[in-house]
Design a protein around this ligand. Structure first.
Ligand SMILES: NC(=O)C1=CN([C@@H]2O[C@H](COP(=O)(O)OP(=O)(O)OC[C@H]3O[C@@H](n4cnc5c(N)ncnc54)[C@H](OP(=O)(O)O)[C@@H]3O)[C@@H](O)[C@H]2O)C=CC1
Ligand SMILES: O=C(O)[C@@H]1CCC=N1
Length: 268
């Protein structure tokens, strides 16, 4: 499989590094672009000199089976206009990772170039850099199962892939992609609190990481419900319930729900 990645930042760069590190695609079979040559030089150092790099997006598209668009959302449609005349439609599958740019917006940009377009949206999270992404995948109307398999082959080595309809994508993205930042903020707050209680920051962070792993195992491996697990921790008249109630008094659950709501892309 040959892949072109347009944009080599947090997401595009992590996809390229991940595919090479997991031996999923050889560096020689990846072409990657960026706005600045210096970005590409750094990526080449990480992935090996075999990696093909260029700042010419249109040139980069040639020969790829999958074209991944990993530029900022407001640049996406312009970049599409740039590469569209060079896309071999149907032979080449287009995957946008841009948040908030719909399949129909992408499709309308491409419709004057071909009547037979295969478009996907994939929303990974930054854990893709450690091959632990939850990547959300939406297929365009006319994508075949074989094309879905091809796109899965790009993202499955980098974590898990969850296919869902586009109508659910933004909600799921708030949980999986924005969620990395939200959970990190919880971790940061835990460390700050634990330092006040007398732990060193390193010790607090290590203990918090272990606790997250334990929580994740209880939910994932045991298939438990969060509230059932909370019941097991909260001794009546005990300590945890005092902590939980103090957190709720400060608006913990409402803050999280409000934050998720605010994470949806605006409709304009
Ligand atoms: N970060 C995240 O957690 C997630 C991001 N996304 C989506 O991924 C996309 C990229 O985001 P992210 O990686 O964070 O952004 P970054 O700013 O880290 O990366 C953007 C990349 O695009 C390059 N670039 C800018 N203009 C062009 C151009 N005209 N042609 C080619 N490359 C260009 C930049 O080059 P240079 O470095 O040289 O300036 C940079 O490498 C966004 O659409 C975002 O919505 C989706 C899910 C999660
Ligand atoms: O904050 C953003 O817009 C992107 C999309 C999801 C995660 N990061």
């Amino acid at each position: 499989m040959k892949i072109t990645v347009i944009g080599a930042g947090n997401m595009g760069g992590a996809i390229v590094r991940g595919l090479v590190a997991q031996n999923a695609v050889a560096a020689e079979n990846i072409t990657v672009t960026a706005a600045h040559a210096s970005t590409l030089d750094k990526l080449k150092k990480a992935c090996g000199q075999g990696l093909n790099t260029t700042t010419d997006n249109a040139e980069a598209v040639a020969g790829a089976d999958v074209i991944i668009l990993a530029v900022k959302p407001w640049l996406l449609l312009g970049v599409l206009e740039e590469i569209a005349p060079r896309i071999a439609f149907r032979e080449q599958v287009i995957v946008s990772v841009a948040a908030g740019v719909s399949l129909s917006q992408i499709d309308s940009t491409l419709q004057r170039y071909s009547s037979d377009r295969v478009i996907f949206r994939a929303i990974p999270n930054t854990a893709i850099s450690v091959a632990a992404s939850t990547t959300l995948l939406c297929r365009g109307d006319n994508a075949t199962d074989k094309e879905v398999e091809l796109v899965n082959a790009v993202f499955e080595p980098l974590g898990t892939v969850v296919e869902l309809p586009e109508s659910r994508l933004n909600a799921a993205m708030a949980v999986t992609s924005c969620g990395i930042a939200y959970v990190m903020r919880f971790v940061r707050a835990t460390v700050e609190g634990a330092v006040e209680l007398g732990l060193s920051p390193d010790q607090a962070l290590g203990l918090c990481i272990d606790t997250l792993a334990g929580t994740s195992a209880l939910l994932g491996k045991n298939g438990s419900h969060p509230e059932a697990e909370i019941d097991k921790v909260t001794t009546p008249g005990g300590l945890t319930i005092r902590g939980l109630n103090a957190m709720e008094e400060a608006g913990f659950s409402q803050s999280v729900i409000k934050g998720l709501r605010a994470s949806l892309p605006s409709k304009d």
